[in-house]
Ligand binder design. Structure first.
Ligand code: PMV
Length: 334
């Protein structure tokens, strides 16, 4: 099964295949997994080995204005800078746009504005592809369901399947070979007191992509066989924590899940280590603060930065320890 087969199957009964608008705009929030996705059962379709669970980042995300014109070359700008189609993101974006180029002479222009550093493990590709599929839907007038858009976003980047909603989202791994049962769904629980701090320790682009690192982990880590069982346990604990507003259970499960994922990567060959010295220093500071009674936990993705989890009652305290850290309350509109 190829990406084009999935796109064809989803768009099979859509009548307006030609763009019904010349321009469309969409916004998607970034998301942070509390129970991670690490490892694919199908690399072409980004089908995961396991389900995963995330929280969206509200105003942190990307906005896209997408337009089409016949007989004009593709162009894309990110934060007003022309994107090089030879760059790694440029290649991925172009490959994705090709899936929707119904006539070979159709040219796309994508104007992307994002307030998160690209490729630094802050889910820039998640909100990028999620906003793109929504803009395509509006441009072509497909009126797809969020479930269908989640499948299309997954073809761009796995974690993008979770970026079409606000709040808690679960991505079901699915079992089908064509991935038609591998999509995300929003969870109705809300947690207004929950805070996420973005502890940005470096905004330089990562040296190894999550795609390459995942494949290497699956292929070489002696510990990867334990990962699906870890996720099964953590996913159910995190869903229980969200239902019961049990912050200790949420924090410790999310932190332990992230550390297990990174330990698995570290045991790959060649090893994969996303932490920088500053990451380790920050982890130790968080453990010390916790020992002193401040309930703060961290999670880490494919980059050196940490995302801190704490409750609104500790916000002032957190600001004194991490003065420049952006804080998001995903369930409060600011
Ligand atoms: O979808 P990708 O290729 O950006 O991979 C995301 C991997 C992690 O961020 C580490 C985990 C996750 O579930 O988001």
């Amino acid at each position: 099964v190829k990406k084009t087969d999935v796109v064809r199957a989803i768009l099979a009964d859509r009548q307006h295949l030609l763009p019904c608008n010349t321009e469309a705009e969409a916004y998607a929030s970034s998301n942070i997994a509390l129970c991670k996705y690490w490892g694919k059962r199908n690399t072409e379709l980004n089908l995961p080995m396991t389900s995963s669970f995330s929280i969206s980042l509200g105003n942190f995300g990307s906005n896209i204005r997408l337009s089409v014109n016949e007989n004009v070359a593709d162009t894309a700008c990110i934060n007003d800078q022309l994107l090089d189609w030879q760059s790694s993101f440029g290649k991925r974006l172009r490959e994705f746009l090709n899936l929707f180029r119904i006539t070979p002479t159709l040219g796309f222009h994508a104007d992307i504005h994002t307030n998160i550093p690209i490729g630094a493990g802050l889910a820039s590709s998640a909100c990028g592809f999620a906003s793109l599929v929504q803009a395509l839907d509006r441009l072509f007038g497909w009126e797809l369901s969020l479930l269908e858009l989640s499948i299309l976003a997954r073809l761009g980047s796995g974690s993008a399947s979770r970026s079409l909603w606000q709040g808690f989202v679960e991505w079901h791994a699915g079992t089908q070979a064509d991935g038609m049962d591998s999509y995300a769904e929003v969870c109705t629980d809300v947690w207004p007191d929950l805070c996420i701090g973005l502890l940005i320790l470096s905004d330089t682009e990562k040296k190894i992509s999550s795609r390459v690192a995942m494949q290497r982990t699956v292929a070489t880590s002696p510990f990867y066989t334990a990962w699906p069982e870890t996720v099964r346990h953590d996913l159910s604990a995190i869903k229980q924590a969200v239902r019961e507003k049990d912050f200790l259970l949420l924090g410790k499960t999310a932190e332990s899940n992230a550390l297990s994922m990174h330990a698995t990567m570290l045991s790959s060959w060649p090893p994969v280590l996303y932490a920088l010295p500053g990451t380790v220093t920050a982890m130790q500071k968080i453990w010390e603060l916790r020992q002193a009674g401040l309930m703060v936990f961290f999670t880490q993705d494919a980059g050196p930065n940490l995302k801190l989890l704490f409750l609104a009652k500790d916000k002032a305290h957190m600001k004194t320890h991490f003065p420049n850290m952006p804080i998001i309350q995903p369930f409060i509109n600011e």
